[in-house]
Design a protein around this ligand. Structure first.
Ligand code: ZN
Length: 188
């Protein structure tokens, strides 16, 4: 297993729709093991294959409930259904999210409160995830990555402009930009 470099906004793989996984091969199993290790090292609550430069419809997730119950897994070729988001502006404190491909920043974004995700696991078994709250947010965020959408693409005008300025200042928004968990300190 290995920690993989994480692509940063501007790399084409993050901005193109990913392809379905045709078959779970040993290569895919290794990729998923590396994605778990990379997600934990980052650390993050989710990681999509395009974020490590692989344009396939796979993401991993990990989260703990308020009561500390672990929730962790991988989903291949997911489909997502969601309830319509409640109209209105997102709350800065309760609805801000971040992204390992736009590291070190958080912006508020209104998401749907409840989702159902279906797909398969590494054994080809059907997976059905029905979650709400923060876990529903993670599902929507990671699913977006598979369609080439970053959460910054969904921000309101002012935050979107701020994000573009940050990207420019840091030399992002170009092909090939990446960072390495455990090596690069991006909060500095
Ligand atoms: Zn992300």
């Amino acid at each position: 297993m290995a920690v993989l470099p994480i692509r940063i906004m501007g790399d084409p793989v993050l901005h193109s729709p990913a392809s379905p996984v045709a078959e779970v091969t040993d290569e895919i199993r290794t990729l998923v093991a590396d994605m778990f290790e990379t997600m934990d090292a980052a650390p993050g609550v989710g990681l999509a294959a395009p974020q490590v430069g692989v344009g396939l419809r796979i993401y991993t997730y990990t989260y703990q409930d308020d009561d500390g119950a672990p929730w962790r897994g991988v989903i291949i070729n997911p489909e997502l259904w969601m309830t319509p988001p409640v109209p209105g502006d997102p709350d800065e404190d309760d609805e801000s999210e971040g992204c390992l491909s736009f590291p070190g920043e958080r912006f508020p974004l209104r998401r749907s409160d409840r989702v159902i995700v279906t797909g398969t696991d590494l054994e080809g078994e059907a997976v059905r995830i029905q979650v709400d709250g923060w876990r529903a947010r993670i599902m929507q965020h990671e699913f977006d990555h598979l369609d080439g959408i970053l959460y910054v693409d969904r921000l309101g005008d002012n935050d979107w402009k701020t994000a573009q300025k940050i990207a420019k200042k840091r030399g992002w928004n170009r092909p090939g930009a990446s960072w390495m968990p455990g090596v690069d300190d991006l909060d500095a």
